[in-house]
Design a protein. Sequence first.
Length: 196
Amino acid sequence: MTNKVIVIASQNANKIREFQEMLVPKGYEVHGAGDFEELAPVVETGQSFAENAQIKAQAVSQQLQQPVIADDSGLVVPAINGEPGIYSARYAGDHDDVANNAKLLKKLAHADDRNAYFHTTLVVMKPTGESLAVSGTLAGEILTEPRGQNGFGYDPLFFVPAKQKTLAEMSAAEKNEISHRAQALRKLADKLDQWW
């Protein structure tokens, strides 16, 4: 059995699967936070994606005494002061995609500048506190109405000019080629073995 066990500080099955697809072939044994009933909930009190990822990684790593990867991600729209930012998942209600999208469209109703970007910060941390942080960004723009049936969150509104599609119009494979999380995962994959 491998001694390279790593825990993903998330209950999100899709997110955990993305990490497994990248790390298992490299010899890591990957577990999600849901595999550990004793884990206390972590309160995200940071003011940035990096701070929240750091808080999650540190709290879970200390509790489990295992290396942990945590991420914090969201949509940033400069024209509305960077909203929804770190509050992306709970912008108009906790993980209510329809309400979140409606609030975003309302806020941008009279905006000329609809540029936006998705951002992910990943932090991997050992129980000693030694950490490694990487990030990824995907630029695009917010449409006036949703398009596409795939994806989740803000994907139906997020148009990627280079692909001439929203994220919700892309296949999972297409999205994973360019997404903010995929970019961060690739950076992490390049550095993790050496850091370990």
